[in-house]
Design a protein around this ligand. Structure first.
Ligand SMILES: [Zn+2]
Length: 452
């Protein structure tokens, strides 16, 4: 007996329409979600007291039209000050799905050098006005009275520079060096200039920075003039503030937030906000659970840094000058002055990161002290726990929310972009494609099986 497979003749359009209807059944229509946005804010306040949920809408022709929404969960704002370093990473990413506009995010850095989400907002576009509104709310939520003690990390987004200058007056601004280089290479291309720029960015002392800049000047006077106009504290470790204990040159923190919420970015407004809250809720729990696996006072990633520094320390020769003062000689004939009481090394890596550099480790070994005692408190278990101590509570689905009876909010007037919205991060022209999808094989000759 033979069986015949029957194929249904359904056009692509029927499939698209069926998918759209299924999505409405599951998530509610786009406009319905805006109508219940006030209910959502009331419900999230009821389940998670003391959070900040603010909606900004405009009255146009008698209708309330949605403009912006800002959310800062209680657990995030209460965990930031005791559990993170005084650094805020800022980024905005486009929402290309049903919800148009931008998602602004503020993130911090916690004890394991991982990203810590603080607050997020959906707004119409990126400019000084929207960034100022976001930063003002963030500053109030985090109760920041001395912004000059903070470092603001960013990718030089549109309008952000002016907003930081007015709201976070006196704060140290750091820019992502990869973005700096992508602007630099437009007029000054070449591998040598790229290497010289990165060498100047990575160096930790001012005399070495000046040397690197002189070398760059010898290669190209124009490239030097372009770079000399930038404030060194925005892009070179040699001029970074030592209080923050963070010396990264890339704005990776914000990028990891964008990656974590990538699936939420093409959803309708409430699904988007709920997906982020849902992710945060499980993230906070998982982080608290992960603490049970810690066998050292600091996390795995920090231990790896210590291990790398030990390899440098092994080759150093230490001479003691006093109880806490040491001269450390390296194989390349360079000497460093280490003070264990002040927790300083003349290479400045110890001060910049709060983790003993190779030279400081050599001195710690000579003194017979414990390495862990010299790692800054910001990396310790207790600090990690303070960051994730708060609980983000679960929330029922929209059918179980009480109606607020407030004026309904309507979606913003949309402008549809042609084509399918793109999810992947836009890569630089000289960046390789993601290794997971494309494998590149160089230097291999492939022969045909039949004709060789
Ligand atoms: Zn050192």
């Amino acid at each position: 007996m033979t069986t015949k497979t029957k194929y249904s003749h359904v056009s692509n359009w029927i499939f698209y329409r069926a998918k759209a209807r299924a999505k409405i059944l599951l998530e509610g229509s786009v406009s319905e979600q805006y109508v219940i946005l006030e209910d959502y804010c009331k419900m999230i306040l009821a389940t998670n007291p003391s959070i900040t949920a603010i909606i900004k809408s405009n009255m146009v022709e008698g209708k309330m039209i949605f403009e912006r929404v800002y959310i800062c969960l209680k657990a995030c704002k209460e965990g930031f000050r005791p559990g993170c370093r005084p650094l805020i990473g800022l980024d905005g990413c486009f929402l290309k799905g049903y919800c148009k506009g931008l998602l602004l995010a503020a993130v911090g850095i916690e004890a394991t050098n991982s990203m810590y989400p603080i607050a997020y907002a959906v707004c119409e576009k990126e400019n000084t006005n929207t960034w100022s509104w976001f930063l003002k709310l963030l500053k109030e939520d985090l109760d920041i009275d001395r912004p000059s003690q903070f470092v603001m990390m960013n990718d030089r987004q549109k309008g952000l520079e002016n907003a930081i200058a007015s709201i976070f007056e006196g704060a140290e601004v750091r820019n992502c060096v990869r973005h700096l280089h992508s602007n630099f290479k437009k007029d000054h291309p070449g591998l040598l200039l790229k290497q010289q720029l990165w060498a100047a960015a990575k160096t930790t002392t001012i005399p070495k920075f000046q040397k690197r800049m002189r070398e760059l000047r010898e290669t190209s006077e124009n490239a030097y003039n372009w770079l000399a106009l930038k404030t060194p504290s925005e892009w070179s470790r040699s001029h970074f503030n030592e209080m923050v204990k963070y010396d990264m040159l890339l704005n990776n923190l914000c990028e990891s937030f964008n990656v974590a919420i990538v699936d939420a970015r093409d959803k309708s407004i409430i699904t988007l906000l709920e997906n982020i809250r849902y992710w945060l809720m499980s993230q906070f729990f998982n982080k608290r659970e992960s603490l049970k696996k810690w066998i050292h006072p600091v996390g795995k990633r920090i231990l790896q840094v210590v291990e790398r520094n030990k390899n440098i320390a092994k080759n150093c020769l230490t001479t003691r000058a006093a109880t806490y003062q040491f001269q450390v000689n390296c194989p390349n004939n360079e000497s460093f002055d280490v003070d264990l009481q002040k927790r300083t090394c003349s290479c400045r890596r110890f001060q910049l990161t709060g983790i003993p550099c190779g030279h400081a480790l050599a001195a710690i070994w000579t003194s017979g002290a414990e390495i862990m005692d010299y790692i800054h408190e910001c990396y310790k278990k207790e600090t990690f726990l303070k960051a994730y101590a708060g609980i983000i509570y679960p929330m029922p689905s929209p059918k179980q929310w009480p109606e607020t009876g407030l004026n309904p909010i309507y979606p913003p007037f949309e402008t549809n972009l042609p084509g399918r919205p793109k999810k992947a991060r836009r890569r630089e022209s000289d960046e390789l494609p993601p290794s997971s999808t494309k494998t590149r094989r160089f230097g291999q000759i492939h022969l045909c099986k039949k004709y060789k």
